[in-house]
Design a protein around this ligand. Sequence first.
Ligand code: SR1
Ligand code: MG
Length: 417
Amino acid sequence: MIAYTPCTTESLRARLANVPAVTERLGTDSSVWDVREVGDGNLNLVFIVQSLQGALVVKQALPYVRLVGDSWPLPLKRSVFEYNALIRHALRDPGRVPEIYHFDEVQALVVMRYLSPHVILRKSIVTGVQHPNLAADMGLFLARTLFRGSNLSLPAPQAKADLALFSDNVALADITENLVFSDPYFDAAMNRHTPGLDPWITKLRTDRDMKVAAQAMKHAFVSKSETLVHGDLHSGSIMVTAEDTQVIDPEFAIYGPFGFDIGMLLANFLLGYFAQSGHEATPGDRAAYRSWLLSVTRDTWGVFVAEFSRLWRTERTGILYQRALFEDQGDPLASEQALQDVLRGIWVDAMGFCGVEMHRRVLGLAHVEDLESITDDSRRLIAERRALALGRHVTINRAIITMEGLIALAERIEEED
Ligand code: SR1
Ligand code: MG
């Protein structure tokens, strides 16, 4: 067995030359394969390997955070969690994640389908391209993966085995615990922000209600092991074409709250929304695009609720809210009331997570291209101030805000100076 080594384009070619799942797709003459490193994410190497016969993608974990360098070590084992999450997502929402062809645990290397002509959703949002199926695809993905990964659905032994498996993803959970819930609210070493934003940051960091709310959300993230969450479901973890949606990169997968992925995703739609005013110089009707992003926000949640409710009524086979206790006793309304209670809790958590995600993408280490690509500092500042304002409101008021309230508030903040 060869010890782990980060691949170069040449060493990857040699490494894959004898892997049947690869040669059956690319052919056996590896000398003619075109191998390119294309990774631009925060953590890993990503290669595209192509021949006249076919193409595939290889993702290899590095033993440190790529964004920061080897001063921040990170376990290779995250590829095990990514691999296991991808397998489960493929079963729970078939067709929505790339097919895996080969996994090499020692080399922390996953070989999978090359998504083409897909592009990263975040880039699409920056350029103002609409994707008609996005909300439906993501609403279904969220409902199916979250419901089917939980004690509402899984046999108890499997639920407990998966809880144990993913609870080992300590280092990536630690990144989220610090970068999302804590660092934005104090002067953490790796934080950075747009010049001129300081007065608003000071206001946020001296806001007692906000600090209490952020800590409450951290508490929820750490202690609510409700289901297998993707763990990093932002618009950079989704690839799209005009018709298709694919969810990638679940290396942050853990057992966490139902509302986590939902809140993170909606936050990234809303960050894209506020960033539009900074992109107005580029072609396209940005006002119409803003409305579309709000409709995606609304419809993603709407589809989630409808599908989660359908699964509740038809697939509730786990140890939670057993149907026998509700319906066989002639009391179906109790089952519906329990469903509404669960959905309500998911929404409240989702709103809390949504707000802190908006904050950390403006104040923390890991920013988003939506805002970073606004070249005019004063325009970026306005977009970021708006994101901070909405984030604060939804987190603090998570127990009372509605979807229509969220949309109306986003529109109102967008109109403000
Ligand atoms: C140090 S990693 C920074 C961020 O990149 C990942 O995509 C996650 O969002 C993480 O918080
Ligand atoms: Mg990622």
